[in-house]
Design a protein around this ligand. Structure first.
Ligand code: AMP
Length: 379
């Protein structure tokens, strides 16, 4: 019997989950809970409850209308989800969400399970911050524990003179510090477990950030076999200790000493997995649904090397926009249906696919060419 799927969040991830769900006969209807009227998921056919992600009544209503619930954001209300878990299946599990959505709990959990991470500590006041700077050295990252994304909750402290500014910026928020990792590369692994316990990982990819925002993903990543193996082992171990089913995006650093450390985990489909829409037989979106529905997991190998380039709203304007993108049979443009472009917000992505086996260097130069020709302009 086919099921009604409830998704907390109807942004671009909810939209691509909706599209994948529409191709599965196991799902009959998709309902998203999102505060933005006519959000991206609704544009492709999902129904919507318009409410804040943390609204208890709205989550309750979603659970009454759905057979199974998942989420595309980590800022959901894990306490409310825990309550409704008694009568509606939710994956990944609310307990896992509770751990992951608090960066401090997440790091403590990883440490307790002997998964490699950078040194970290809880910070409650200026004195403790000073002590940690003395212990860990500078630079140091001051992080808000919750509700931060695209680096918005991070402050890199380079000298003790910046302490007051850093604490003022995050005044009233729970904080932690992390030793600054001098990394060679940022990589990630999309990992998935289904409700029966089967685990699959996608090949390691390489991520390039600009101003803390993911800009480019190179799939597969240009890393040694040894690093690949380490990253895959870390991802598998993480999946074994985290509860619940679904796709997880596991972000990692490759240090200058060739160590692999986890930066953070997202309990959801992940921007660095968008390449799978064209590079793999089973996209991360379909895979997530297969996992939470208890179906067999699909093939996660990369058929075609692919570079994913995020389209961000230009800094120069906010409002309705047009996109001019070169057309070629290996260029796949995916816009998220957002009415307005806002500075530095993700409005779409492009997958550039190596269908003709040209090699990564040629593909990278195609991306450089594409960047010059891509135009986002006011309507
Ligand atoms: P986050 O939102 O915590 O994942 O951080 C966003 C970006 O900040 C990461 O992709 C890294 O580029 C950088 N970052 C986060 N934590 C650290 C760290 N401990 N050392 C160095 N860079 C970091």
């Amino acid at each position: 019997m086919s099921k009604v799927l409830g998704i907390i969040g109807g942004g671009q991830l909810g939209m691509m989950l909706t599209e994948a769900a529409q191709n599965l006969e196991e799902i009959s209807k998709i309902i998203v809970l999102d505060p933005t009227e006519n959000c991206p998921a609704v544009k492709v056919g999902a129904q919507q409850i318009i409410a804040d992600f943390k609204d208890e009544d709205a989550i309750q209503k979603l659970s009454e209308l759905s057979d199974i619930i998942t989420y595309e954001i980590e800022s959901g209300n894990s306490d409310v989800l825990k309550k409704i878990e008694v009568h509606t299946e939710i994956n990944p599990s609310p307990d896992t969400l509770r751990i992951i959505q608090d960066k401090l709990l997440q790091k403590q959990f990883l440490k307790n399970n002997n998964i490699p991470i950078s040194e970290f500590a809880k910070i409650e006041n200026k004195e403790e911050l000073n002590q940690m700077i003395d212990k860990m050295g500078l630079p140091l990252l001051l992080k808000t524990r919750r509700d931060a994304y695209d680096g918005r909750g991070n402050y890199k402290i380079n000298s003790k003179s910046e302490i007051d500014d850093a604490l003022d910026l995050f005044s009233g928020k729970s904080l932690m510090v992390e030793k600054f990792v001098k990394f060679e590369k940022e990589i990630s692994v999309i990992a998935v477990r289904n409700t029966k316990g089967a685990i699959v990982t996608y090949p390691v990819v390489e991520n390039i950030h600009e101003n803390n925002i993911l800009r480019t993903t190179i799939a597969p990543g240009r890393v040694s076999e040894k690093i690949k193996k380490q990253a895959e082992q870390i991802a598998e171990k993480t999946m074994e200790v985290l509860h619940g089913a679904g796709v997880f995006g596991i972000e990692m650093f490759v240090t200058q000493d060739n160590e692999v450390l986890i930066n953070e985990i997202a309990p959801r489909v992940h921007n660095s997995g968008h390449h799978t829409l064209q590079s793999c037989n089973t996209s991360q979106f379909e895979q997530h649904l297969r996992a939470i529905l208890g179906m067999n997991l699909g093939d996660s190998s990369i058929k075609y090397p692919t570079i994913m380039y995020n389209i961000l709203g230009p800094r120069t304007f906010q409002g309705e926009y047009d996109v001019l993108c070169p057309k070629k049979d290996n260029i796949f443009l995916k816009m998220y249906g957002k009415l307005e472009s806002k500075p530095q917000r993700k409005i779409g992505h492009i997958n550039i696919v190596d269908k003709d086996n040209l090699g990564m260097d040629k593909l990278l130069s195609q991306v450089e060419d594409l960047k010059k020709k891509l135009v986002i302009e006011p309507k």
